[in-house]
Design a protein around this ligand. Structure first.
Ligand code: LLP
Length: 421
């Protein structure tokens, strides 16, 4: 079952609580609304899929870094995937076990690597200079670092260019032809580096599991080569990237079970521990951005629904031309006219749209309108452009109660940056 559904009388509900009622009980602002039980269900889907394998579910914190959500994911047994020192600090505050954390990135900073070394998290080697920095960090921290080689397998993920990462001209990872150089460099630093595995991440919004299988075949071959040189590597990290059904078209997309099933035999055949790094597929579908309609207008041949939310709160449509499903939270009056609208925000840019050419009943001023699948890369990419200030977040809990999980940012928060200057 999914957390967002329609009541028999046509109202959008989150875990059987009407979104319209929630709108009336919270601040008058766009807000993110999550289902806590849906987060649990999404983690359970991965846990079921991983039965019989030694594994770490490394949740990619970049997708959504709400502390309450992180604590919940940690309580369900997840580890964390980090791309900055602050994400690592946050993971530690949320109580994640550092030995289930992986520090990734093509431009990791020395200070952050020192923290990672001190805490004992896995670190992925991304380049020659990154390896030098990890060695330096190990010496400063006085600790040997467990490292994985991020190999760029050159498998086309068939996604938007901005979210493809594993192709040969990508800025991420190392090319296979340099593998020997890296193995020699690791061997030359036995006091600083312990090579424990290999990593790849192909890209994001991937909807064909064959792509993961193709990469995993290449990766286990690399692991065979690495082992042949005497390294005891135990971990295969296949990254994140599983897509979700943004279109709500009813199309059958691969689920965690399908993803894990395509790599299961390979992982078992080499007696490996599997690390996965899901972000979107754990958190995207647990949330809507809830907006209010400010008004409706027509210019030329275009009809617009103007809402209070915008590209500041949710930038994916503007940045990637991404589709996120939009609907009204309450049933329209029986005679409402259905038209084609662009759903736009108040921000001073023509790139400020949440949806293009959507069929909607003409909404009244103040009507609730949601943008679905807003749990991943929406709040975490929000800005304060036009001084809109980041929205509050709420979730519906198991018993149907609604709790705030992040305060709204305020004008006063903004003025604090200038205190005493
Ligand atoms: N691991 C690594 C090394 C990554 O770079 C990423 C995402 C993930 C895991 C998690 O991937 P996921 O399971 O969430 O697809 N802002 C874009 C997505 C950028 C993804 C960046 N890397 C968007 O809104 O679509």
């Amino acid at each position: 079952e999914h957390c967002f559904s329609k009541s028999s009388d046509g109202f959008l509900q989150c875990e059987n609580v009407k979104v319209q009622d929630i709108m009336e009980s919270v601040e008058r602002r766009p807000f993110y609304l999550y289902s806590k039980p849906q987060i649990t269900r999404n983690v359970e889907a991965y846990k079921d899929a991983l039965q019989g394998l030694n594994s770490i579910i490394g949740y990619a914190i970049k997708a959504n870094n709400n502390l309450k959500i992180l604590e919940h994911l940690r309580s369900l047994g997840c580890g964390a995937v980090l791309v900055s020192g602050n994400e690592l600090r946050l993971a530690l505050r949320a109580g994640f076990d550092p030995t289930k954390c992986i520090f990734n990135g093509n431009g990791k900073l020395l200070d952050d690597l020192v923290l990672a070394a001190q805490e004992g998290v896995f670190v992925n080697i991304d380049s020659e200079f990154d390896l030098e920095n990890i060695v330096a960090a190990s010496r400063i921290a006085g600790k040997k670092v467990n490292v994985l080689l991020r190999i760029n397998p050159d498998v086309d993920p068939q996604v938007h260019a901005y979210v493809a990462t594993g192709n040969k001209n990508s800025k991420f990872g190392i090319r296979n032809e340099k593998l020997q150089w890296f193995l020699d460099a690791v061997k030359a630093h036995p006091d600083e580096l312990k090579l424990v595995g290999a990593h790849c991440h192909l890209g994001s919004t991937i909807t064909k599991v064959d792509i993961f299988r193709d990469a995993a075949v290449l990766m286990v071959n690399y692991i065979d080569e690495i082992r042949a040189q005497g390294f005891e590597v135990d971990y295969l990290n296949i990254g994140g990237g599983l897509g979700i059904d943004y279109y709500h078209s009813g199309a059958v997309l691969p689920k965690p079970m399908n993803l894990i099933d395509t790599v299961r035999e390979l992982v078992l055949s080499r007696n490996l521990n599997l690390i996965i790094e899901p972000g979107r597929s754990l958190i995207a579908n647990t949330c809507c951005l809830v907006n209010r309609v400010t008004g409706v207008k027509t210019n030329g041949t275009k009809n617009f629904v103007v809402i209070d939310g915008s590209m500041a709160e949710l930038i994916r449509p503007s940045l990637y031309d991404a589709y996120q499903h939009i609907e009204l939270v309450s049933p329209p009056p029986p005679n409402a006219e259905v038209s084609t609208f662009d759903v736009v925000g108040p921000v001073c840019e023509s790139a400020d749209f949440l949806g293009k050419e959507r069929e909607l009943p003409t909404p009244a001023k103040g009507a609730g309108l949601v943008v679905h699948d807003a749990g991943a890369y929406c709040m975490s990419m929000a800005s304060t452009y036009n001084l809109k200030m980041r929205p509050p977040e709420y979730w519906v809990e198991e018993d149907g109660s609604v709790a705030k999980i992040r305060h709204s940012e305020t004008f006063e928060d903004h003025m604090r940056f200038f205190d005493g200057l």
